[in-house]
Design a protein around this ligand. Structure first.
Ligand code: C2O
Ligand code: CU
Ligand code: CU
Length: 514
């Protein structure tokens, strides 16, 4: 596993930041995002004889206390909540969501007008909402250029023709996505299905979402987004905040019964990879990944989650009645505390030994293999200036044009020193393998490909359906992708939002067979 690299020149702190270790730990109960109720039914765009739930979610500025001893901080959130309310639906049951921009007219975080799509002739406050992991038509996918300004809204249709999984919604506006998400514009979307119901997993109050993200706060307790040392170029290549929030709270606690729980974890951070362990070393099981259930539970002591990845966990507190323990990141920084009640708890839920078949896609089904580089372009001082996918900018002509219903293999050649979580809209995919190669020779000697090791299969907890994959440095990460669903224009990108906002995102087009 790779440590997170610190940058050559760290951006200076313009304002002194709050040190969370100066705060009392575990004084706030963990909030659980409420489930959004729909107030009306409307005809389905798929079949107007069918009426489906219609939701309205407004993005607004609001204040929230992230810790008992801090002043309320300003955020932007859906329904004035951090995270936004959870939307729930079932596989095959479509929903409509009206995403309304009711934000103020100016931004409170530092826009870099040099970034593509964020030039000074663009309105400061722009949003467009993407449902990460959803199979939707292109006009409901939240294309980064389909942003709109305060006072406007867009109604998107989610057919939910896909398996049970934990998805999430977040802003995707071109050039300021990192700021909008940092401000709080994200929430969960849960799809359930009969296959999952039949497993008798812990449910109701025993199924708990944990949305993790990191932030900086200033001494006044307000959100602080760092800026570079380059004056008019405030963009920074990464943000690793020192304050880790769980469901919008800093260092919360959760009271649990001595029984099994299902935790549905999302890494909603801009750039931080989480490496989660329990302070007492206890093991747990991962039962699902980005796009739903794994074939079988995987026992873990540590969970690595890149930005935008999800993990579905079963943790059994049965043998810990009366104990308290802490979920930590990188084995030392506390994230949250669990307080296990005394006594016994009747637990009729199961942890089945097999969950859902995930048939491996044979490589022979692929009609095309694309070789795509992940590269960082530095400025004269050796600091990152921007990042590119397949050496192309956002505005360059589309180069990835898979045919609808075809299978392709994408070789992600990471020639940078960082791990990049690569996400494709619309589709789910499987990881074939990762293989070390000579990145220097590849970059500087005309694409010479020399391997430096044998192919490594995905980790057992990655061996399911994914929509985001860690592409590690000096590795070729190979994924196999069935392009199913709809034809049209989508995007693929690095989910480190600072990278995505600075050219590490490309359109791609699924082409209908003629
Ligand atoms: Cu999480 Cu392009 O999205
Ligand atoms: Cu997505
Ligand atoms: Cu990246």
């Amino acid at each position: 596993m790779l440590p997170q690299r610190s940058r050559r020149s760290a951006p200076p702190m313009a304002r002194p930041v709050l040190d969370p270790s100066s705060l009392a730990q575990f004084v706030d109960p963990l909030p659980i995002p409420g489930v959004l109720q729909s107030s009306q039914l409307r005809p389905s765009p798929g079949n107007s004889a069918v009426k489906i739930p219609y939701y309205r979610l407004a993005m607004r500025q609001f204040e929230s206390k992230v810790h008992r001893d801090m002043k309320p901080a300003r955020f932007w959130g859906f329904d004035s909540l951090l995270p936004g309310p959870t939307i729930e639906s079932r596989s095959g049951k479509g929903i409509l969501v009206e995403w309304a921009n009711e934000l103020p007219a100016s931004h409170f975080l530092p826009i870099d007008h040099n970034l593509h799509g964020a030039e000074s002739d663009k309105p400061e406050v722009r949003t467009v909402v993407h449902m990460h992991g959803a199979k939707t038509l292109p006009d409901s996918d939240g294309y980064p250029e389909d942003w709109y300004v305060p006072g406007k809204s867009a109604v998107y249709y989610y057919p939910n023709q896909q398996d049970a999984a934990l998805l999430w919604y977040h802003d995707h506006a071109l050039g300021i996505n990192r700021l909008n998400v940092f401000a709080g514009l994200f929430g969960l979307f849960v799809i359930r299905d009969a296959a999952e119901d039949a497993l008798n997993l812990p449910r109701g109050k025993y199924e708990v979402p944990l949305v993790l993200c990191d932030r900086f706060f200033d001494q006044e307790g307000q959100l602080y987004y760092p800026v570079s040392q380059y004056g008019n170029f405030p963009w920074v290549p990464e943000v690793f905040g020192n304050a880790i929030l769980v469901n919008g709270k800093l260092l919360p606690y959760l009271e649990v019964e001595p029984r099994k729980y299902r935790f549905r974890i999302l890494n909603a951070a801009n750039g931080r990879f989480f490496h989660l362990t329990f302070s007492n070393g206890r093991t747990f099981h991962q039962i699902g990944t980005d796009q739903g259930l794994l074939p079988a539970p995987v026992m873990l002591k540590q969970l690595t989650l890149a930005p935008a990845e999800r993990a579905d966990l079963i943790v059994d507190f049965r043998d810990h009645a009366g104990e308290q323990f802490v979920l930590t990141n990188d084995s030392f920084s506390p994230v949250m505390q669990f307080r296990v009640a005394r006594g016994k708890s009747a637990d009729t839920s199961s942890l089945p030994s097999s969950l859902r078949p995930v048939p491996k896609i044979p490589e022979s089904e692929a009609v095309k293999t694309r070789t795509l580089t992940l590269a960082e372009i530095d400025n004269l001082r050796g600091d990152p200036a921007y990042m590119l996918l397949s050496n192309a900018h956002w505005k360059d002509p589309i180069t990835e044009t898979p045919a609808l219903n075809s299978v392709e293999i994408w070789n992600l050649m990471n020639v940078t020193d960082d791990s990049h979580p690569i996400h494709l809209h619309l589709v789910r995919f499987q990881i074939l393998d990762r293989r070390r190669f000579d990145a220097f020779a590849y970059q500087n000697q005309g694409g010479t490909l020399t391997y430096r090791g044998a192919p490594v299969p995905p980790e057992p907890n990655e061996a399911g359906w994914k929509d985001t994959v860690r592409a590690d440095p000096s590795m070729v990460t190979r994924i196999i992708i069935p392009f199913q669903g709809y034809a049209g224009r989508y995007v693929w990108h690095c989910h480190i939002l600072e990278h995505e906002d600075n050219e590490m995102m490309r359109p791609y087009e699924v082409v209908a067979a003629r």
